[in-house]
Design a protein around this ligand. Structure first.
Ligand code: DAK
Length: 259
């Protein structure tokens, strides 16, 4: 199976799959086609019994610069709900992937890009990576899981600062708050992520799956309700003045004037 904006590659032993988002013209921002392709690629990797999966972005500039603002800007509430479901589906598929997933964060990881990274089991970052949930500056809130997953990783105080202020953290600061497990020189990222994936892939697969499922179990229940709430809250912002203004301003390359 091949896709225009996503590739799926395997190591020689066919134990580690690497899913690369490849939309250079939009800094790997996620549109409908790319999210659908990611979902299919994850299913293919699971069917191929991947024992570890690496998620990364093509090129040196971006992991994923977020959801595609140009696509999102004119969505109605109903369309935003569908859009939310699509992105949530991919983040959920990463979280529930039957083997550990590693985000190799190269460059920008904003908004939905940050949300895909935090849906992975582990995060390794290049020194030049910058990460944040920047949605507030577009007049919306994170819509693919960050209000629930981010506090789990970095604690409530830091998550609130990041989401309320749209803070963009450099790699070192992100590692300090526990968002990145490891920061490496840019040129080493691919190798370090691959080595980590290989180490995981060499462990007993059945126990690994049980370990992941058990760790994920603690998130069940209250997180599901929280994710549902987030979907509804996100969609309800479409059509508001600040959502239109925030996204128009981005597309027109000017400062937004919020209400
Ligand atoms: N969407 C669409 N295009 C994008 C993009 C994005 N997120 N980010 C960058 N691009 C495009 C730019 O428009 C530009 O395209 P052209 O003008 O060349 O056609 C090209 O990529 C290169 O970008 P720049 O020229 O801006 O490059 P710079 O190096 O100057 O700046 C930047 C890079 C990453 C700092 C800047 O592009 C930027 O700030 N981008 C926006 C980052 C951002 O705010 N990301 C968060 C998006 S909001 C939900 C669903 C989803 C979400 C929430 C709820 N529900 C339905 C529940 C998620 C929301 C988000 O992710």
């Amino acid at each position: 199976m091949t896709w225009d904006t996503v590739s799926l590659d395997w190591n020689d032993a066919e134990t580690v799959a690497t899913l690369t988002v490849d939309r250079p013209e939009a800094l790997n921002a996620l549109n409908v086609e790319t999210l659908e392709a990611m979902g299919e690629a994850l299913a293919t990797a699971a069917d191929g019994d991947a024992r570890a999966l690496v998620l990364t972005g093509a090129g040196d500039d971006a992991f994923i610069a977020g959801a595609d603002i140009k696509y999102m800007k004119d969505l109605s509430v109903a369309e935003a709900q569908e859009w939310g479901e699509l992105g949530h589906g991919v983040a959920d598929a990463l979280e529930a992937f039957p083997a550990p997933t590693i985000a190799a964060v190269n460059g920008y990881a904003f908004g939905g890009g940050c949300e895909m990274a935090i849906a992975c089991d582990l995060r390794v970052a290049a020194e030049s990576a910058i990460i944040g949930n920047t949605e507030i500056d577009l007049g919306i809130i994170p819509g693919w899981g960050a209000t629930q997953r981010l506090p789990e990783l970095v604690g409530d105080e830091v998550a609130r600062r990041m989401i309320y202020l749209g803070e963009r953290l450099d790699a070192e600061s992100a590692a300090e708050v526990g968002l990145f497990g490891k920061v490496v020189p840019d040129d080493d990222l691919e190798v370090v992520a691959a080595e980590l994936a290989e180490r995981i892939a060499e462990k007993p697969a059945v126990a690994m799956r049980a370990a992941k499922q058990s760790l994920n179990q603690r998130l069940e229940g209250s997180q599901a309700a929280g994710l549902d709430y987030e979907k509804r809250a996100f969609a309800s912002l479409f059509g508001t003045h600040d959502q239109r203004e925030g996204m128009d301003a981005f597309v027109e390359d000017r400062e937004p004037e919020f209400e």
